[in-house]
Design a protein around this ligand. Structure first.
Ligand code: HEC
Ligand code: HEC
Ligand code: HEC
Length: 377
């Protein structure tokens, strides 16, 4: 055995020397090639087919592996689909095109260029789409989601992407651009004729021509909201102090003067309370109890001194909640509870409040305010 060991040892040494030598030559060669600058990094030529195949293969394997633990929520939800569609128009269409405008010209010059998604999305599982949209893809130009805390928004995009393969151009326009509310014919902007330009060209698409959202509960009502709160919220989005991959890029594109003007415009619109109540009478009554009296055993303060209805004057920075969709209110409470909501300089107050409500109680108090907060008894 000892003799055998002696016989093997020089062989192993030689083997190691050879390996080190070859690696050294490769590294030195690589350095020479990189320093010489002969490697073409131009996008104009595209990849060689073999490089393209290797990169695509590695990307697919990486996404499949890294998305393994992702839990998929219910995605057949018209609200999520519309929320995803409205953002797609602003954040994805310029690169990927849409059923309305396939293959935009400038991004075709990228290597790799953004694929047409109606054909591409059916190759991916929902959890894989979630991973791609949330994290983006390195070395390709596919960006990560602007607000990494907001998985709920990424799921809205995934819900929309799943409908893309069967989506007509007309339906895409209706989803992403919205339709005029009853009583406002297309072309006649009604109350919007004198509105600030961003309101007509951007905000109305999601928040509605009348500032009342689009009836699905996913876009907050801005009409009749207090102007100090609207202005401070836009500033918070623009500075990244309130996280939303949908609202941050929009607010960041507005100047402070435009924000002030828009806030005054929406604050002056009438708050029409909802014509029909979708919340159950039981939820509304329980929610009223919570809003008016709080829950002493959970050390939860009442909501009404800050959010109304209240006889006393309220801080102008505290938002009204009356008539806000229950779904939007419940989502915001969940975000406060998860410490990801952010907001104006007063937002920390709500972190304490939301942490003391159970999910059931959040739903009830949201139902109470959504129904229009009948006067406190
Ligand atoms: C700046 C341009 C750009 C923007 C904006 C962009 N993408 Fe991409 N996206 C790309 C590029 C480039 C790729 C190609 C990656 C590859 O094939 O290696 C890609 C790939 C993808 C893929 C994988 C498709 C496949 O099969 O290769 C999906 C899904 C996707 N993007 C969705 C989106 C969504 C949803 C948005 C909007 C939230 C978006 N992208 C915004 C450039 C962009
Ligand atoms: C693509 C859709 C979309 C567009 C366009 C859009 N918004 Fe929003 N907006 C949203 C969504 C979704 C939310 C909820 C954000 C969240 O969950 O944090 C929101 C929230 C807001 C809020 C916070 C309301 C509250 O009660 O806290 C304000 C203020 C606001 N938007 C103003 C605007 C203004 C002004 C414009 C136009 C310049 C605009 N939005 C354009 C989708 C949009
Ligand atoms: C001490 C005052 C105070 C109390 C008490 C209070 N809130 Fe708030 N609440 C605020 C402030 C301030 C904000 C605005 C946060 C921001 O965006 O900066 C807010 C925001 C909210 C929002 C988000 C509104 C929107 O348009 O996005 C909801 C929902 C909410 N509160 C629900 C409640 C409920 C339910 C209660 C009672 C259980 C409650 N609040 C108690 C001060 C308070």
């Amino acid at each position: 055995l000892r003799r055998l060991g002696h016989a093997v040892a020089p062989n192993r040494k030689a083997y190691l020397l050879w390996t080190a030598g070859i690696l050294g030559v490769l590294v030195a060669g690589g350095v020479v090639v990189a320093v010489s600058g002969i490697v073409p990094i131009r996008a104009s030529g595209g990849h060689w087919p073999v490089t393209q195949w290797l990169l695509t293969f590695a990307m697919r394997r990486s996404i499949a592996t890294h998305s393994l633990g992702v839990e998929v929520p219910a995605l057949d939800d018209p609200g999520l689909v519309v929320k995803g569609a409205t953002h797609y128009e602003l954040g994805c269409r310029p690169c990927h095109g849409s059923p309305d405008q396939p293959a935009p010209v400038i991004p075709r010059g990228m290597t790799p260029h953004p694929p047409s998604l109606p054909a591409a999305v059916s190759k991916w599982k929902p959890r894989e789409l979630f991973y791609v949209v949330k994290h983006g893809v390195k070395f390709t130009g596919m960006p990560a989601w602007p607000a990494p805390q907001r998985d709920d928004e990424v799921w809205a995009i995934v819900a929309f992407l799943r409908t893309l393969p069967a989506l007509s151009a007309d339906r895409y326009r209706a989803l992403s651009l919205g339709a005029a509310p009853p009583g406002v014919s297309a072309g006649d902007l009604g109350p919007l004729r004198d509105a600030p330009r961003p309101v007509r060209e951007s905000c109305a698409r999601c928040h509605g021509l009348d500032g009342r959202g689009r009836g699905l509960g996913v876009f907050p009502v801005l009409a009749g909201q207090r102007s100090a709160y609207l202005f401070a919220s836009l500033l918070a989005f623009a500075r990244g102090e309130r996280a939303s991959g949908i609202m941050q890029p929009i607010a960041a594109g507005l100047g402070v003067e435009a924000m002030r003007e828009i806030a005054l415009h929406y604050a002056a619109l009438p708050t029409l309370l909802p014509a029909r109540r979708e919340e159950s009478a039981r939820d509304i009554e329980r929610g009223r109890e919570i809003a008016v009296h709080g829950i002493p055993r959970q050390r939860l303060p009442p909501c009404t001194p800050c959010h109304g209805p209240s006889e006393l004057a309220r801080n102008a920075m505290f938002p009204s909640l009356d008539g806000q969709p229950a779904r939007y209110l419940a989502l915001q409470l969940a975000l406060f509870n998860g410490q990801v909501r952010g907001g104006t300089p007063y937002a920390h107050v709500m972190g304490l409040v939301a942490g003391r409500l159970t999910p059931e109680q959040m739903r009830e108090v949201a139902a109470y305010y959504a129904a229009g907060a009948p006067p406190a008894r």
